[in-house]
Design a binder for this molecule. Structure first.
Ligand code: KIV
Length: 276
């Protein structure tokens, strides 16, 4: 039995049942150590393909390969014992056809032990979502600003800021919910529209740059920790970890240069010398 299937781990069914209830707390995670810290505070952890930009220096999420998602997915599943782990399907791994999506998503589930996958897209992905869910793969949907579509969207821009865009986004939300998605990420969607979609769909909405009225919230962990050099408007920095790392490394460098580190307490004496 995989770790993900253990009795104490949150499942996609638990998340789905939280519609309209206590807000769902989630973050992205890419490593075992940060997943372990976040585990007691969050309901689910997303191994987002944002890792390509945050961790690997890509300019967009488009180049992220499936193998990279699997490697980070395994680390997060090992680190987190109770949160549901959701792994992003990267660009090119699911759009071609439902069977291709199934093959790749099943590979992700088997290799990582995660409990669900996430994929981007609205009405155009509904058939694929239904195909996966009917065959045992829980799917989180993602609409609004879908970063994998950066080349057709023309930039990282908020969506639904004029009312003529609302019908399209509402139809996307309804289509993915009807297809069986257990939750929907609403990214960078005008606040009133995010509220409206949250009221309309029967599954939890997870906001990122959307609305406090969503059924839950997600942020990229590095962004909210204050580790990212530039963050979008919707990010609140809850910590200054980047500054703390900078200060610690500066202190280390100064002590190395001044021969203050290592101190005697960090070195090994000879056996029998009476010293530790
Ligand atoms: O890749 C990611 O981190 C995401 C979140 C921003 C929702 O999709």
């Amino acid at each position: 039995m995989s770790v993900q299937a253990s009795a104490t781990r949150t499942t996609s069914v638990d998340i789905r049942a939280r519609k309209g209830g206590e807000p769902i707390v989630s973050l992205t995670a890419y490593h075992a150590h940060t997943a372990a810290i976040a585990d007691k505070h969050v309901d689910f952890l997303l191994v987002g393909d944002s890792l390509g930009m945050v961790m690997h220096g890509y300019e967009t999420t488009v180049p992220v390969p499936l193998d990279l998602m699997i490697m980070h997915g395994r680390a997060v599943v090992r680190g987190a014992k109770r949160a549901l782990v959701v792994v992003d399907m990267p660009f090119g791994s699911y759009e071609e056809s439902p069977p291709v999506a199934f093959r790749n998503a099943a590979h992700v589930l088997k290799e990582t032990g995660c409990g669900a996958v996430k994929l981007e897209g609205g009405r155009q992905m509904a058939e694929t979502i239904r195909y996966l869910v009917e065959r045992g793969i829980p799917v989180m949907a993602h609409i609004g600003l879908t970063p994998q579509a950066i080349n057709t969207l023309g930039g990282f821009r908020a969506q639904g800021r004029t009312e003529d865009q609302w019908a399209r986004l509402e139809a996307d939300a309804m289509a993915v919910a009807e297809a069986g998605a257990f939750a929907i990420v609403l990214e960078a969607i005008a606040e009133p529209l995010a509220q409206r979609i949250t009221k309309a769909v029967p599954v939890p909405t997870i906001g990122i740059g959307a609305s406090a009225a969503c059924d839950g919230q997600i942020l990229v962990m590095e962004d909210m920790l204050g580790l990212s050099p530039r963050v979008p408007k919707f990010v609140k920095e809850f910590g200054q970890v980047g500054a703390a790392i900078d200060g610690a490394i500066a202190a280390y460098a100064a002590e190395v240069k001044g021969r203050a580190f290592p101190g005697v307490e960090h070195t090994y004496a000879m056996k029998g010398s009476g010293k530790k």
